[in-house]
Design a protein around this ligand. Structure first.
Ligand code: HAM
Length: 408
């Protein structure tokens, strides 16, 4: 019998995993540059964390959660997203003040699988907790933009909107409900239900949204405080040099957002999966989870989708050196490799007794950028060094290997 990975999940093996690894390293670098600390939370939470945090009326909670009962009779859910868990953790720790947190890891949603829409998918994200400042929104949006650009995304558009807050939204929802009521005939079954319970979700419906292009938008109904906040976000983004487009009908699929909502869109991907990331401000989420008020803003990026838009990126070299051993020199070569590793060089060698030709093949398969041949010259303290990227080959002293590797 053979097994396959469950539907909608992927195995990511080398060489494809090398591009993922590089992306994750780039992410960690950029998150650290903006002052984010690492946060790790469980892969599952009490189901209520998502039901209350993300919202009972959302597609995620209604249709997409992997919920199970554990041996103790608790209802648990594999996390469909990272924001509610991070806010839960902040509250549980009794934390105060500003906390800037970054995460990466798998999320789980029961979706109809297709390219860029998976049941287990990988997110990286940040949550900036404790600040109500528009500058925090702008800085968060900038980080996502800079990281995506650095990662190599060229067809990138930042879509920006404000969806108001607890003050101004009720009046907007009345206007929207009245509009939708007049357009019942174009609404799908789900949207007809949502019209009563959660009308803003209708604008997020992939089927109905294209037919509702003249719907009233939240940004036309902002209270003075929300309008001022939105003005400031736009002004600061301009100062930071982050290009954006206003998207008056962007409402996001999760209920916890207030004020700023944004998406990073890959303009070269199919519309249904072209959001490589999204986020916004969620000043009411901590209270939805039963805690004190903690304002926050953040985003998450979907790496599966990002990899699709990046396409065939040049594969990074995971190894600086691969040692090819000729003759009975395996143990000496292993000792030498150990020295190189301690000098910070990524080096490996074949521990099997294989032909030189097979070892060269392994060097290429393993993605080494250089090869050292430990052959007859070894007795004179020399090795053949070959740069696999240029094909250039020379004989060098073993004492020069570290410098030769770094020079390339
Ligand atoms: P989200 O828009 O639900 O937001 O997901 C963010 C990104 O995760 C999406 O733009 C997409 O790239 C990726 N994603 C979502 N579902 C799938 C899927 N089934 N397959 C592949 N990729 C997927 C959130 O999750 C919020 N927690 C973001 C946030 C953080 N808001 C504030 N802080």
């Amino acid at each position: 019998m053979t097994f396959r990975a469950p539907k909608g999940t992927d195995d990511i093996l080398p060489p494809a995993s090398r591009a993922w690894r590089r992306l994750l390293l780039t992410w960690e670098d950029w998150a650290a540059r903006y002052g984010y600390d690492l946060v790790l939370t469980p892969l599952f939470e009490a189901t209520e964390v998502f039901a209350r945090g993300v919202g009972e009326g959302t597609e995620v909670v209604q249709k997409q959660m992997y919920t199970f009962t554990d041996g103790g009779g608790r209802s648990l859910t594999l996390r469909p997203e990272g924001t509610a868990p991070v806010v839960r953790a902040f509250l549980e720790a009794g934390a105060n003040g500003i906390m800037k947190l970054a995460y990466s890891g798998p999320m789980f949603r029961y979706e109809r699988p297709q390219a860029g829409r998976r049941r287990q998918f990988y997110q990286v994200g940040v949550e900036y907790l404790g600040s109500r400042e528009a500058a925090a929104d702008a800085e968060v949006i900038e980080l996502g933009y800079r990281f995506l650009t650095e990662a190599g995304m060229s067809d990138l558009s930042v879509q920006l909107n404000s969806i108001g807050d607890r003050e101004c939204r009720p009046a907007y929802l009345d206007v929207l409900r009245a509009y939708l009521d007049r357009h019942r005939e174009v609404l799908c079954e789900d949207s007809l239900l949502r019209l009563e319970t959660n009308p803003m979700r209708v604008l997020d419906c992939k089927v109905c949204a294209p037919k509702l292009s003249d719907a009233p938008s939240p940004v036309e109904h902002l209270c003075a405080a929300c309008a001022a906040h939105f003005d400031e976000v736009r002004a600061i983004l301009g100062e930071l040099g982050v290009p954006f487009e206003e998207a008056p009908h962007l409402v996001r699929g999760l209920d916890y957002y207030e004020r700023t909502a944004f998406e990073y869109v890959a303009t070269d991907l199919e519309a249904a999966q072209n959001a490589v990331g999204g986020g916004g401000r969620y000043d009411g989420l901590a209270e939805l989870l039963g805690g004190k008020p903690v304002p926050g803003v953040g985003f998450a990026l979907g790496l599966d989708r990002l990899m699709l838009t990046l396409g065939d990126v040049e594969e990074p070299h995971p190894l600086d050196l691969y040692l090819v051993v000729a003759g009975e020199r395996r143990r000496e070569a292993l000792r030498f490799t150990s020295e190189l590793r301690r000098l910070g060089i990524r080096a490996d060698l074949d521990l099997e007794d294989r032909s030189v030709k097979a070892q060269f093949r392994a060097a290429n398969r393993r993605g080494a950028s250089g090869v050292l041949v430990v052959g007859d010259e070894w007795t004179e303290g020399r090795v053949v060094a070959k740069d696999l990227t240029t094909g250039r080959q020379e004989v060098i002293d073993v004492g020069e290997v570290a410098a030769w590797t770094r020079r390339r």
